[in-house]
Design a protein. Structure first.
Length: 293
């Protein structure tokens, strides 16, 4: 739970908002409402943003360390606060400071995680006692990944992201993440995937079995993301990063979400660090992380 990573001191909540990766991601079909049914396994990793929420009398204010990020209704954290007050019927306010470490628009649910942190922080600051399920209902209005970010850990996600089933924790391992300096539109990828030829789909049950067995090598072999069919065609650099990670000793490598971040599972820290160094001269956003459960 994200609330396990929040400290309350007076009228301030200090939260860590973690990134996620997709161990598997399958897009099943487009729904009548325009959304897509998905089936994917998500995993929280140790890279995090720092989110400070100060309780005030009225209004919602946001500041970030990145000048280009919106600080109004276009920011999910703002909408999270707005929806919280509307749901609980409180005439309150808050100031939110977000220090971004997670790359933006990277397929890592950074914005969704920030929204989840704000919901959980306000719930604690106001003592409203909303359950995880109730917070997830608010979160789903903001985006499909927000309920998962409220819960965190290892989950099977189905429907549009609202059906979440806990899975055995991912075995301890070292994960390298590399985000190339390109922008990927999730909406564009979803739009293109309906007509794309999908040559292979994730074996979700095989990944679940690997997790149950605590077999990291088997899990690494089952990494799969159908969105890569579209995104890698648009941006060949993604395929290049995957191939280089495998050459560098990764047990498996895959793209997270709609991209462009690529992650690799490595057998040990030393091998991951050598691979990290081989990417760091070329890319700004290169991180060594571990799974969190």
């Amino acid at each position: 739970m994200i609330s396990d990573h929040i400290i309350i001191t007076g009228n301030r909540a200090i939260a860590r908002s973690f990134a996620k990766i997709n161990l598997t991601l399958d897009v099943l079909n487009k729904r009548d409402d325009g959304y897509h049914n998905i089936k994917m396994i998500m995993q929280t990793v140790s890279l995090f943003d720092l989110v400070l929420v100060d309780k005030t009398e009225s209004g919602i204010g946001i500041k970030t360390n990145l000048r280009f990020l919106p600080t109004n209704e276009k920011n999910l954290a703002y909408l999270a606060a707005q929806n919280f007050y509307e749901t609980v019927g409180i005439q309150g306010g808050c100031k939110i400071m977000i220090h971004k470490n997670i790359p933006v628009a990277a397929g890592l649910a950074g914005g969704s995680g920030n929204a989840a942190a704000v919901l959980a922080a306000l719930n604690m600051l106001y003592g409203t006692g909303l359950s995880a399920s109730e917070l997830c209902k608010i979160g789903l209005k903001l985006g499909a990944d927000v309920p998962y970010c409220i819960l965190g850990g290892t989950y099977l996600s189905e429907g549009i992201g609202e059906k979440l089933s806990p899975l055995p924790p991912m075995p301890k391992c070292t994960i390298l993440m590399v985000k190339p300096p390109i922008n990927v539109s999730t909406a564009a990828i979803y739009g293109a995937i309906d007509s794309a030829e999908i040559l292979g789909r994730p074996d979700t049950e095989a990944m679940c079995s690997a997790l149950r067995d605590g077999d990291i090598k088997a899990a690494a072999c089952e990494l799969s993301n159908v969105m890569g069919t579209v995104t890698e065609t648009m941006h060949p650099v993604i395929r290049g990063i995957k191939e280089k990670m495998l050459k560098n000793g990764a047990l498996g490598a895959e793209m997270s979400g709609s991209g462009p971040t690529v992650f690799g599972i490595f057998p040990d820290y030393e091998t991951a660090k050598r691979s990290h160094d081989s990417f760091a001269y070329q890319f700004k956003d290169v991180f060594i992380v571990s799974p969190l459960n």
